[in-house]
Design a protein around this ligand. Structure first.
Ligand code: FPP
Length: 247
């Protein structure tokens, strides 16, 4: 009988062939809190720390892009207290990240309709974007008030407007050309999408961009997600054979 479970061994990762772009659905904060008899907001607070740890580690190991789902277009349906708490954590994170950007040289971008956020948060996002334009290291994309379907509809409307203004030719639309109308313009599609917490669905995350992404699901709840869990996901990714519809 094996003495060590597979979970106790070190993930074997080839750091010279990392996925360029890893995306994560940060799920399970509420269940993590409930298991401990804590309010859901406590789960989000620990989840925000996990995000910080994983974003720092992503940069350390040399990932080019990390995209995280922080707040969806559907998350406004949650209680006002929970929404306020997530927005408060975002503000805290952005203030700290902006203060450390000069040192960390991490680029930040935001996917989603930011106009529904408070003017203060919008300003912080804009400020982070502006500073980021000076760097070319690891890019962290935070999805805020983001929905994959919403993103596609917005893209279609913007493209239609360009067609009407004579700036785009309706006959000449290509997949690559349409990608430029999405929030993710200029960012390569995610190679690997990780969903913790045992849920096995895409939840409106990067619908267009995930056409050929590899998915990795784990039961670990987001607040417990560790650097080792990230390496386990990358190890699983590196064992897969990506054929993009070919043989
Ligand atoms: C999903 O878990 C998580 C969210 C909707 C919020 C994620 C927000 C953070 C991690 C904090 C702020 C982010 C940053 C970038 C600083 P859930 O609440 O749906 O968990 P459950 O399925 O267990 O209820």
């Amino acid at each position: 009988m094996a003495i060590f479970s597979s979970k106790t061994r070190e993930p074997q990762v080839d750091f010279s062939h990392l996925p360029r772009h890893v995306a994560i659905i940060m799920d399970g904060n509420g269940r993590w809190a409930r298991k401990r008899g804590l309010p859901r907001t406590a789960g989000h607070a620990v989840g925000a720390e996990t995000f910080r740890t994983i974003a720092t580690y992503a940069k350390e190991i040399g990932l080019e892009y990390l995209t995280v789902y922080a707040f969806s277009t559907e998350n406004w349906k949650r209680s006002q207290e929970e929404v306020q708490s997530i927005m408060g954590l975002l503000k805290k994170y952005l203030l700290e990240a902006i203060g450390q950007m000069e040192r960390d040289k991490v680029k930040m971008e935001f996917f989603g309709d930011l106009s529904r956020l408070s003017p203060e948060l919008q300003e912080l996002c804009q400020h982070a974007r502006e500073i980021s334009s000076r760097y070319d290291g690891c890019q962290v994309n935070i999805c805020l008030n983001y929905g994959g379907r919403d993103e596609i509809i917005r893209g279609i409307k913007a493209w239609q407007a360009d067609c009407a203004a004579g700036k785009a030719n309706p006959e000449a639309l290509t997949e690559a050309g349409f990608s430029d109308y999405l929030f993710s313009k200029g960012v390569p599609d995610p190679d690997l999408i990780i969903r913790p917490s045992g849920e096995v669905r895409t939840s409106n995350f990067l619908l267009w961009q995930s056409a050929y992404s590899e998915y990795y699901f784990t039961d670990v709840l987001w607040p417990d997600f560790s650097k080792t869990n990230l390496l386990e996901a990358i190890e699983a990714f590196q064992k897969r054979s990506r054929r993009y519809g070919g043989v």
